[in-house]
Design a protein. Structure first.
Lengths: 338, 338
């Protein structure tokens, strides 16, 4: 099935196919997977091999405004105040996303994106981008779709966007169906007010390799990938148990091992895929040294050099002292800042 | 079977059990595995899960002199000119090795070791140490054992010592037998005069974790290890083909992926085992950047932070320019320097 067929099924004949108002704005946060999404069973529909589980960073994300006028003859995009070349990767991604909803090209949009995160540096920028886009389109077209359905639309733009429509812990169910209609996300009910993360910005240059390509190369070139599906499935079970029991050491150790296993599998690919920079290793070793002293500190790392530290509120000061550049977010306390 | 039973079988009733002369000296080189020894099927007898294949670094190693006098009442060791405390790890290792050959403790030796490599920093110091010890004992006791048999005795001291009795390419056959009598090494016949290595000393402090313990923890705590045996077996086949065909790119890529896979598996263990230092990653990325420019340069990494660069003689100057601190060894040209 093509992505455009998928959207046609979602937007069946009752739904508006043209904008119903001239302007819509939505914010979506970034999320950091505690058990990673790594590997697709269907790359056209972005269907994952395994489920994944994330925590939303409510203070970071993308605010997207869609402006529609009937005079507009092509899409235009302003990103953080700057007009974006329509041949850029960002513009192409957005235009192709719109194309999924306009087989006859009857409308064009002016898109204004404001984000407070670095692009393509392992802080899930595309996740919040496509989630915000799906939310804004839902509003502009007055579709009134449920969030779970919108998460499937966001998924077509970027897999991890599937999880960026809620706060707190979110699970993306991999689903079983070939048409991907059961591959959507849902929030877990548990709150954990003591839960904190620390964003550790190692470097904000662009990645050496996109996570899309890294994922594909991994699946094709290393035998270690065969262990991943079972590992990820097991880890999600453990994470849910840890969240339910508020067992932070269990959560932290499972999340850290899950991330390291993903990076390990990439490292064993050919050519090798390595998102570690020297400073990443230095920071990782600082985490381990602190943990040796008894601090309940863990990390996770997406497909980029940055780390996300995981700890409880009581340890926030210690973490800040050890990592002066860290940006601490209290996951359940800090408000979304659109 | 106990290690001491193993040695009793090797040294059956015809063999001298007391020194036959007052002094014997032997040199053994270090070796660097191109397909690693990682994981034991029997830790008492140091029997590996898979075969492994190494290249000998003929200019680096240990020269060991054993001195016997009937007056000596306990073992004593001088290492690089310094008397070693008998409770140190090094002294204990040597004394316990001697114990395998003296159930009744009728003799003691003064051991003088001179080495030109850093200890326990991933340049296979214990491999050359136990190989030299086995060679010197063979001489001191006038056993006249074959090298393949001596490689099994060296194996009891340190697995990788099994491969340190020859120059060039050496294969350690894992063997099948429970008593380990078929787990010994043998040299490959092929010469490859253009083959060079570059020793890149990242840091010479001691390892955070011994390779013995790392190996054990890996096997116990990560599901990725299950992929290793097949991978290693496949890699040895490819390496032998590459050596036979003098296909350097194949050899380099297989060796590099093999090493990264071993480190990947360690990284996925819990607690994580990481021999990468920030400078290791920086050097690895320099290798990759040079390879991008067309240079046929690869690396391997043992259980330590150091790298061993792999390249052909024609590229030695380029490598030296890019890594000013590298120590280049022409594997088949440079002489053993005892």
């Amino acid at each position: 099935m093509k992505r455009s067929e998928f959207t046609q099924i979602i937007l069946h004949h009752h739904m508006p196919t043209e904008p119903q108002q001239t302007r819509a704005t939505a914010f979506a946060p970034i999320n950091i997977a505690l058990s990673k999404y790594w590997g697709k069973r269907n790359s056209e529909l972005n269907l994952p091999v395994t489920s994944s589980l994330s925590i939303t960073i409510p203070t970071k994300g993308s605010k997207t405004t869609l402006v529609w006028t009937s005079q507009q003859t092509q899409d235009s995009i302003v990103f953080n105040g700057e007009e974006i070349d329509r041949h850029s990767v960002l513009a192409q991604g957005i235009t192709q996303f719109f194309d999924l909803f306009r087989p006859t090209h009857r409308w064009h949009l002016h898109t204004i994106i404001e984000t407070n995160i670095a692009l393509a540096a392992g802080f899930a920028s595309s996740a919040s981008g496509f989630a915000a886009l799906a939310l804004a389109m839902n509003d502009l077209f007055a579709w009134r779709l449920e969030l779970s359905t919108l998460s499937m639309l966001a998924r077509l733009g970027s897999g991890s966007a599937t999880r960026s429509l809620w706060t707190g812990f979110v699970e993306w169910h991999c689903g079983q169906r070939d048409d991907g209609m059961d591959s959507y996300a849902a929030p877990l009910l548990e709150h954990w007010p003591e839960f904190c993360v620390g964003l550790l910005d190692i470097r904000t240059t662009e990645k050496p390799i996109s996570s899309r390509k890294a994922m594909q190369d991994t699946m094709n070139t290393t035998s270690l990938y065969s262990c991943w599906p079972e590992k990820a499935t097991h880890d999600i079970r453990l994470l849910k148990h840890a969240i339910d029991q508020k067992d932070f050491s269990l959560l932290g150790s499972v999340a850290e091992q899950n991330a390291l296993t993903m990076h390990a599998i990439m490292l064993s690919s050919w050519p090798p895929i390595c998102y570690f920079l020297p400073d990443t290793i230095a920071a990782i070793q600082r985490v381990w040294a602190l943990r040796q002293t008894g601090l309940d500190l863990y990390f996770t790392q997406d497909a980029g050099p940055n780390l996300v530290l995981l700890f409880l509120k009581k340890d926030a000061n210690t973490v800040k002292q050890s990592f002066p550049n860290v940006e601490i977010v209290s996951i359940f306390d800090d408000r979304i800042k659109p």
